[in-house]
Design a protein around this ligand. Structure first.
Ligand code: ADP
Ligand code: MG
Ligand code: ZN
Length: 478
């Protein structure tokens, strides 16, 4: 029965902008401060307090729109969205309805399918209600109140959980690469609502949708979509109608619940905020935003292939996250060895990063340390095994790799005399190998190199050792 239906999804994605101040006052926009410490009459919603729009917030919204090919409106209007809830004491949220800052745009999926974007508008975030089981009552932290929030709304073009996650990943990446938002899901820096309906394949008309809220990871988006599509199809198969409603996803129970019947725009009685003038956005501002927009993930990817001849696959992995790309670029600049840097990051750094949650590659290792290790391998200052041991030692610390290498005796080389005495000793000990030298020079030479490294615990200079071994063995050739 499931194969008779198709799923139709539209997403509403909120992201907190990375501005210094809040959107309508000069309070700090900062996560994790003491509750209610970044507040003033404007952002706690005192009656009569007057909002003053942050230029920076508008500018970052424009940049967000540019990353997805939106048109930037020459005139944007802020409206009051009225509702009653203690997370916003003045009983309305300043948002945008008729004239948002960004209109249209789209994101292409790997399959070539384009997901159309309807708009991005700028609004204020609300305070955070905190419920604690050990206390009767609810706490309110207004630090989040007035934090600039952009809401991006897609057209109902998404047809599966996989497409939804791919779309979200790409949108999030754009915002991060453009330095518009950090999108830290675990801090509520990015939140997503899923609108979903199902219809019989071939039907032209869209089915009745539900809206799921409270999705704070891509994993829950995926699970919520799977759950809700199945629920709706089963209802329809039973002959029941779908109720248009807002549902709350519960990640622990892995199911959604009715929260309220869905409200319409009319319920909010939107009207232009008389305290805020319409905003004119000049061509000059848009040109400036375009000029400032940094290289995005896809542009970096193409450049790595072009400039450093990296395989496409490697370039893709290096540009999945901004910090990985920045570490790669910085260490490549320091070493002039982009291929080696790329290989080291892909093999060792990313594996280390996976060991812990929510960390950046820069928490694993600094560009300086990475550059030192890679250079030291290529000049034989460190043997590869010692270099890897050193990498392990400096990971997740702020230790300096070079000093650690010295302290650990990794780079204290043997003197020439010591080296020669070890080689002489090995030749004496391995008479059969010496005899075999005339039959297979390469094999025997490698054998002695291996023995030399083992005997000296990796402290022998590879080039000098090899030259010396060859010189000595030449004597036994005849
Ligand atoms: P509202 O104003 O009620 O929030 P919108 O028209 O702004 O409604 O749509 C909100 C989101 O719901 C958009 O992402 C849109 O693509 C999506 N959507 C609208 N109708 C449907 C539908 N029938 N099925 C799935 N998604 C839908
Ligand atoms: Mg909406
Ligand atoms: Zn304030």
């Amino acid at each position: 029965m499931f194969s008779d239906y198709e799923v139709v999804i539209g997403l509403e994605v909120h992201a907190e902008l990375k501005t210094k101040t809040k959107v309508f006052c000069s309070c700090k926009n900062e996560f994790g401060s003491e509750p209610n410490s970044n507040c003033c009459p404007v952002c706690v919603g005192m009656p009569g307090a007057l909002p003053v729009l942050s230029k920076e917030a508008v500018f970052l919204t424009i940049k967000a729109g540019l990353t997805i090919g939106s048109q930037i409106s020459p005139l944007a209007v802020f409206e009051r969205k009225n509702y009653f809830y203690p997370d916003l004491a003045k009983a309305y949220q300043i948002s945008q309805l008729e004239k948002p800052i960004c209109v249209g745009g789209g994101i292409k999926l790997k399959s070539g399918k384009n997901i159309r974007i309807n708009r991005i508008h700028l609004e204020e975030d609300a305070g955070k209600l905190i419920h604690k089981s050990e206390v009767i009552g609810t706490f309110i932290d207004y630090n989040r109140g007035g934090v600039p929030l952009i809401e991006m709304v897609t057209e109902p073009d998404i047809s599966s959980a996989e497409e939804a996650v791919e779309f979200l990943t790409k949108y999030r990446r754009n915002l991060i690469f453009a330095s518009v938002a950090d999108c830290k899901m675990q801090e509520g820096g990015m939140r997503c609502d899923v609108n979903l309906s199902v219809r019989k394949k071939g039907d032209k008309k869209l089915g009745t949708r539900t809206e799921m809220k409270n999705l704070n990871s891509f994993k829950s988006v995926q699970r919520a979509i799977t759950y809700e599509a199945k629920r709706q199809i089963e209802e329809l198969e039973k002959g029941n109608a779908i109720r248009q409603e807002t549902r709350k996803w519960d990640d622990n129970k892995n199911r959604s619940f009715t929260m309220r019947s869905k409200e319409e725009a009319e319920d909010y009685r939107y009207f232009p905020d008389p305290d805020l003038l319409p905003v004119r956005i000049s061509e000059k501002t848009i040109t400036k935003a375009k000029a400032e927009l940094p290289e995005l993930s896809e542009q970096k990817r193409e450049r790595y292939v072009r400039e450093f001849s990296l395989p496409k696959y490697d370039a893709e992995i290096l540009t999945n996250e901004l910090d990985t790309a920045l570490l790669f670029e910085e260490a490549s600049r320091l070493t002039n060895m982009p291929k080696q840097v790329s290989n080291f990051i892909m093999t060792y750094v990313l594996a280390k990063k996976k060991e812990r949650d929510n960390l950046s590659v820069f928490d694993v290792i600094s560009a300086d340390n990475l550059a030192y290790i890679i250079k030291a391998i290529s000049t034989n200052e460190l043997t590869r095994p010692n270099a890897l041991m050193l990498f392990d030692m400096v990971c997740f610390t702020d230790k300096d790799a070079k000093s650690e290498a010295v302290k650990s005796g990794f780079i204290s080389k043997l003197s020439e005399a010591e080296l020669e005495s070890v080689v002489d000793f090995l030749i004496e000990q391995n008479a059969q190998a010496v005899k075999d030298y005339k039959l297979n020079q390469v094999k025997v030479e490698n054998f002695f190199m291996g023995q030399l490294m083992k005997q000296t615990k990796g402290k022998a200079d590879v080039n000098k050792g090899r030259t010396l071994i060859n010189e000595k063995l030449q004597k036994y050739k005849n």
